[in-house]
Ligand binder design. Structure first.
Ligand code: ADP
Ligand code: ZN
Length: 813
């Protein structure tokens, strides 16, 4: 028997191995296989009796170890990951790896053993040497044993030191190393429970402490957790363990759940609303499809606060009632702790959550609960699209327009689109929800592929906030200089504060100012590895690259001309925070951006404090625009969105329209009407005009004309290819070759190829980037041509690792 194994390496295709006699193999099980000089973990994706004709029996290596008796990945998920791999040009092994929690990965282990030369050297060492030299001590540890895990050295000498010692001893030929694959990195968490043992108990030599322990246990109905028992009896855990060694008590181990909900606080009481007519109509359509058991995608287009979430929840109940399970994707759970709570109040333990700020252990436990069928509702971010739910009946993608659904490194898959494919194959129903649907989804409504469900009214007949635009050119003219905050916004902020209401200020960049400029020679300080300027972070007193995190000291004079006129240009969140705090010393101000939300749970913390009213004004990046429902927010200020409009990206207007509309939707969600103030240097830009009028249709009609005229998605398929290389000529050459092959493969001329040309972000992390854009109305033709071109490059031994393919890119920078 032979098996095909998908291995997580940057190579396409699978690898064939022999299955040793007597070893069973199931699709989706993990195996350890020899791969080059190393061992690697892969997944069985096919089992067959015959070898393909191009392989010879003798060259096939056997599998080293079968890890799972029961497959870890279901066949359904294997099929889905295969689709992702093919559609997005990603290695299948990589995709499967992304589909399971990282804690499931097996640890790679390095073990060290001593050689004959090492033994001789050790024998010749003097006692002083053994005492003083770490290398000698390391060698001595190996003297008595066959081999030692490298971790033992690491514990004694520290990680880097251990590595250096290893290198040195290897160089001298004193030790040899072996690479192996160990157990999973994360294991179930065990709790120790103590019970009386069954056997006879000796009454002699019983200390008063031991007596207390035994008395408590005798009175208890259930085994007691060890730590709790120690506390209650006032003894040390060690004493209880000694009792266990003497068979006085028994210690049992039980796996306990690491519950991510413990951090999100109290679950609120369950609320059932009477649905509005619009909500009820939408739900009826959805239930009809659930009854038919056929695939359908709905676009639930509801203005902010129109009760979309309530529709999702009812649809989930409806799916559960029909014996199905449900998956809900959100862009970022940490930002919406209230949503997890709301689901918990409806579905209790049946909800599992999966997202990146869980600990590895929590994610492992949640995933296992889903796999075992204990959790039938999954709330998660992008990779939760691969959650091992069975009988999937419903998929909800909230804020479906959000670009964070697209993974920005390999595998570059889109969570929303993958969810739709999964649902289609499972005959499940999809609800895409948004106040600002993506151009793609709305276009699909027009094409009749999606069913449109509008929620046009806010709950309780609340009005959308009034939007005012402040022309910053006039503010400049008034003062003869640039202002961060206009009088209009300042006055509004003051009034909001005095009324005891809350405000949100959106700034599109973190840090203090976006660039550092010498007024004498015009030099801007740039990253040495990327084609961008460095951002000044005052809290750290550093200049930082937002792409590669390169950091530098802040110069006091120009590094080029030595001039003293160093200017900090552009406004970031830190600067707005500092100004607001200076102007309103009493106001409680908090900042939410990647810098303040780095620590696990910091997001939730800030959001919770704002929701509880402990913060008056929340300043932040687009993180503040997402999905929250704060009834007491009556003012939203947009400080700078202009930079976004200037980006050389065909989605710049769409992005800005969505951002402004979304953040505007945060105002006036309670009983008091809200106000939105947008500061801009381009008040006439259509994205701002339509956002101001909260006119989605108007924006779509205008934007689709532009996409049609320039052949951009959603009217065409776009594939971006970036060739990246340390040497610019090499990147150019590979890109040139690829384009030539593409032209050859596209005999019918169905693909429009642009480039090769330097990418807008021409250098990143020290590599030059050359861009090729493929536009086509024949998606399959483009896929085939690209496949064929890549094959041709591989055949001519061109380095295809330099080629990064992004199918349906969300940005083309
Ligand atoms: P969206 O997801 O569209 O922003 P939500 O579903 O969060 O809207 O609803 C906004 C607010 O209205 C929430 O506080 C929610 O509890 C409440 N709500 C939703 N549906 C109803 C309803 N039918 N009757 C009363 N209140 C509702
Ligand atoms: Zn950089």
């Amino acid at each position: 028997m032979f098996v095909d194994v998908a291995v997580p390496v940057k190579m396409t295709g699978t690898f064939t191995y022999r299955l040793p006699d007597g070893m069973g193999a199931a699709l989706g099980a993990r195996v350890v296989v020899p791969f080059g000089k190393k061992l690697m973990t892969g997944f069985i994706v096919a089992v067959h009796e015959d070898l393909p004709p191009d392989l010879s029996e003798v060259s096939i290596k056997p599998i080293a170890r079968l890890v799972d008796e029961e497959p870890l990945v279901t066949e359904e998920i294997l099929d889905l990951t295969r689709w992702v791999a093919e559609y997005y040009f990603a290695p299948w092994g990589d995709v499967i790896q992304a589909a399971v929690p990282s804690g499931m990965r097996l640890a790679s282990e390095v073990s060290v053993s001593i050689t004959e030369a090492g033994r001789q050297a050790l024998a010749a060492m003097t006692p002083t040497r053994l005492k003083l030299s770490a290398r000698a001590q390391a060698l001595e540890m190996l003297g008595q044993v066959e081999s030692l895990p490298l971790t033992r050295w690491e514990k004694k000498f520290g990680k880097t030191r251990a590595k250096a010692i290893l290198r040195e001893l290897e160089r001298k030929g004193y030790v040899r190393t072996r690479y192996d694959i160990g157990g999973p990195q994360v294991k179930p968490k065990l709790q120790e429970l103590v019970a009386l043992s069954d056997g006879p108990r000796s009454e002699t030599r019983r200390s008063p402490q031991a007596a207390r322990v035994l008395d408590i246990l005798a009175a208890a109905e259930h085994p007691i957790p060890l730590s709790e028992l120690a506390a209650r009896a006032g003894v040390t855990p060690a004493l209880i363990r000694r009792l266990a060694a003497r068979q006085q008590v028994t210690i049992l181990r039980r796996a306990i759940r690491r519950d991510p909900f413990v951090r999100t606080g109290e679950t609120p009481p369950l609320q059932w609303f009477e649905l509005t007519a619009e909500q009820a109509a939408a739900l009826a359509e959805i239930e009809k499809k659930l009854d038919e058991g056929t695939y359908a995608t709905f676009l639930l287009h509801g203005v902010t606060g129109s009760g979309k979430t309530e529709v999702y929840i009812r649809a989930m109940h409806a799916a559960l009632r029909r014996g199905k399970t449900a998956l809900m994707l959100v862009p970022e759970i940490a930002l919406t702790p209230m949503l997890s709570q709301r689901l918990r109040s409806h579905f209790g333990e049946a909800v599992a959550i999966l997202h990146s700020s869980l600990s590895e252990g929590e994610r492992y436990d949640e995933w296992m609960r889903i796999a075992r069928g204990e959790a039938r509702i999954v709330l998660g971010t992008r990779s939760a699209v691969f959650a091992p739910l069975r009988q999937l009946g419903l998929v909800v993608v909230d804020e479906e327009h959000d670009t964070s659904y697209k993974q920005d490194d390999s595998p570059r898959y889109h969570g929303r689109d993958t969810a739709i494919v999964r649902a289609h194959r499972q005959n499940a129903v999809v609800i895409l929800g948004s106040a600002t649907p993506s151009m793609e989804s709305f276009h699909n409504v027009h094409l009749g592929k999606y069913v449109y469900l509008p929620l046009g009214e806010r709950i309780g007949g609340r009005r959308l906030a009034d939007v005012e635009v402040v022309d910053m050119r006039q503010v400049f003219a008034r003062h003869g200089q640039q202002r961060v905050l206009s009088e209009e916004l300042l006055t509004a902020l003051q009034q909001t504060y005095e009324r005891g209401e809350q405000a949100i200020l959106l700034v599109n960049r973190r840090g203090f100012s976006s660039l550092v400029l010498c007024r004498r020679c015009g030099l801007t300080i740039r990253c040495t590895r990327c084609d961008v300027t460095l951002t000044y972070h005052r809290s750290m007193e550093r200049l930082i690259c937002h792409y590669c995190n390169q950091q530098r000291a802040v110069p006091t004079s120009c590094p080029s001309c030595g001039g003293q006129y160093i200017y900090f240009v552009g406004v970031g969140t830190e600067q707005v925070e500092e100004r607001v705090k200076r102007l309103f010393p009493q106001m409680r101000v908090a900042r939410l951006d990647r810098d303040t939300a780095r620590r696990r749970g910091a997001h939730e913390q800030i959001i919770r404090e704002f929701a509880s009213g402990a913060i008056d004004t929340l300043i932040g990046t687009q993180m503040v625009a997402k999905g929250h429902d704060f009834p007491n927010v009556t003012l939203v200020g947009v400080i700078s969105v202009d930079a976004g409009l200037g980006l050389p990206d065909f989605r710049a207007a769409e992005r800005t329209f969505q951002l402004v509309t979304q953040v505007a939707g945060r105002a006036g969600r309670g009983d008091i009407p809200g106000r939105v103030i947008i500061q801009t240097y381009y008040p006439e830009h259509y994205a701002l005009q339509f956002a101001r009028a909260q006119d989605y249709e108007g924006f779509y009609q205008r934007e689709i004309q532009f996409r049609q005229a320039l052949h951009y998605p959603p009217v065409t398929t776009l594939i971006q290819v970036i060739v990246h290389h340390r040497r610019a000529e090499r990147a150019q050459a590979i890109a040139g070759e690829l384009v030539a092959q593409l032209r050859r493969a596209d005999a019918l001329g169905q693909i429009r190829t642009l480039g090769p040309a330097p990418a807008p972000l021409g250098r990143l992390r020290g590599e030059y980037r050359v861009q090729i854009l493929l536009k086509t109305r024949q998606r399959m033709a483009a896929h085939r041509a690209l496949e064929q071109a890549l094959d041709a490059l591989r055949a001519s031994r061109t380095d295809t690792h330099a080629i990064a393919i992004d199918v349906d890119p969300v940005d083309v920078m």
